[in-house]
Design a protein around this ligand. Structure first.
Ligand code: AMP
Ligand code: ZN
Length: 476
């Protein structure tokens, strides 16, 4: 039984999937206009680990993560650099995919982009208007928060308090003058300004507000009700609160059963963020300490605890991870050099301890993904291996310990298969992974995504070819 802390109910709950052995999971993705910082790396690592653990327990995970590719910040960046928004977006999607692959994060089953989802977004806004949850005020469409009874249920905020808490009178007066009915009503669609990208809609030439994209994409790729919706804790309000209002208003069904939020990564005990200017890019930190050290560092804390970044802590993480890696190498060495083919009597007894390690590991992981304690079990296994797989150990015994070690470190993604390499040259395994995702995308009729994966592989020097026998690839 896997238990998850659900932000909606503020307690740990037993995970019960909508469909047996399947998880429908949506994780809010980044706005692509610069390199991600190490704070952004936290949700990537945490929710990839959640996914890996579910998969290790026999679940099939449909993992959807969007790219926000239309936004004020992207437009601003494009203007500053005298480039098109398309150029900015393409560059930073490629950089982000490279960064997260370096973190050993599996690609999402599907990575939809806002600009390719306009028909679905417009349709959902229209449904909200038809059902009385949204209104058009001269080309701007607002969500009518007072019409949605459950508004505030995720963040535990009460609408009246929110309204009276708004003391920015200037903005308030401006908004209300523009036809907004209540201060907390939020934008679903807004008219273009000069020089901005826009799309046709029944209300105005313009573009969607930020929140509606996730509701529309979750519906398209995962259905009206999903199992898990995740992101960093700053997204609880207003983003996730607004997603609930939009999805439940439009679909008439509960949106997500479990809401998971990671705590923030701090630096000098202050939140790391772009606006405070105290961030470090993942690229810099990964290159300095190793991307695998960044991953280990993050998983060595519980995902709901704030985590402080410092050079000392990174160095300590590097040393600890080395102990695990050395344990793995020692096992391999012992296996390659053992000449004994049958288990000794002592080993037969010791074999019984292996499932105990695995059970303890799983118990921690099943308790709201307690990766920190799960890692301590790996350390104990390394100690066990160092004690019992030295001279005189048999091949089958070493193999059993090694298989368990590999299995546990792989659930956490701690030791990379392409050890030491960052993604400039993709490993065979990664290429197969991309090919599998492309197959899935085609199955979901997401041909744009399938083409994008083909293009991405091409950029990485890998050509793929569909043949009757299946997909072939070659490096060029
Ligand atoms: P943003 O680019 O700000 O939209 O952030 C992308 C993702 O990173 C969201 O899930 C945020 O909640 C998360 N995030 C941003 N800053 C931090 C941080 N310092 N620590 C942990 N997560 C963060
Ligand atoms: Zn979202």
């Amino acid at each position: 039984m896997i238990r998850i802390y659900n932000t909606l109910t503020k307690q740990k709950e037993e995970f019960k999937p909508i469909e047996p052995n399947k998880v429908r999971m949506y994780v809010c993705g980044p706005t692509v206009y610069n390199l991600i910082h190490i704070g952004n790396a936290r949700p990537y690592i945490v929710f990839d680990t959640v996914r890996r653990y579910f998969e290790s327990q026999g679940y099939e995970v449909n993992y959807v993560q969007n790219f926000t590719d239309v936004d004020d910040k992207i437009i601003k960046k494009a203007n500053e650099e005298n480039r098109t928004t398309d150029e900015v977006v393409e560059q930073y999607i490629a950089e982000t995919l490279k960064d997260v692959a370096n973190l050993n994060v599996h690609r999402a089953t599907c990575h939809p982009r806002v600009t390719e989802e306009m028909p679905q977004i417009i349709e959902m806004i229209q449904t909200l208007i038809n059902k009385g949850f949204a209104y058009d005020a001269e080309g701007t469409v607002y969500f009518d928060t007072a019409a949605f009874e459950g508004y505030g249920k995720l963040s535990k905020k009460v609408l009246e308090e929110l309204e009276s808490g708004r003391n920015d009178r200037e903005t308030l007066r401006h908004d209300l003058a523009a036809g907004k009915k209540h201060p907390m009503d939020f934008v679903l669609w807004k008219p273009k300004k000069d020089g901005e990208p826009y799309w046709e809609s029944p209300w105005s030439e313009g573009r969607p507000g930020w929140h509606i994209e996730c509701s529309a994409m979750a519906k398209r790729y995962l259905g009206d009700t999903i199992d898990i919706h995740a992101g960093g804790e700053d997204l609880v309000f207003p983003h996730h609160e607004n997603e609930i209002a939009q999805s439940e208003g439009a679909n008439g069904a509960e949106f997500a059963h479990y809401w998971m939020h990671n705590a923030f990564l701090n630096i000098d005990n202050k939140k790391m963020s772009k606006s405070l200017g105290n961030f470090k890019t993942l690229r810099d930190v990964g290159e300095m300490y190793g991307y695998d050290v960044v991953r280990f560092f993050m998983l060595n804390a519980h995902y709901r605890s704030p985590l402080n970044f410092s050079a000392d802590l990174m160095q300590a993480a590097a040393n600890s991870l080395d102990r695990i890696k050395n344990g793995g190498m020692a096992l391999k060495f012992a296996y390659d050099h053992s000449q004994i083919d049958t288990l000794t009597e002592e080993e037969q007894k010791l074999m019984e301890e292996l499932p105990v390690f695995e059970k303890r590991f799983n118990d921690y992981m099943s308790d709201d993904f307690n990766t920190a304690d799960a890692i301590s079990v790996i350390f104990e296994l390394v100690k066990f291996a160092n004690t019992y797989t030295k001279e005189g150990a048999s091949k089958p015994f070493i193999k059993a310990v090694m298989d368990l070690f590999d299995k546990l470190v792989d659930i956490l993604g701690l030791i990379y298969k392409n050890e030491g390499e960052t993604v400039d040259g993709l490993s065979d395994e990664e290429i197969q992974d991309f090919i599998e995702q492309r197959k899935q995308a085609k199955k979901n009729k997401d041909f744009a995504e399938a083409d994008r994966i083909r293009e991405y592989l091409k950029e990485q020097g890998v050509l793929i070819e569909d043949t009757r026998e299946g997909v072939r690839y070659k490096r060029v």
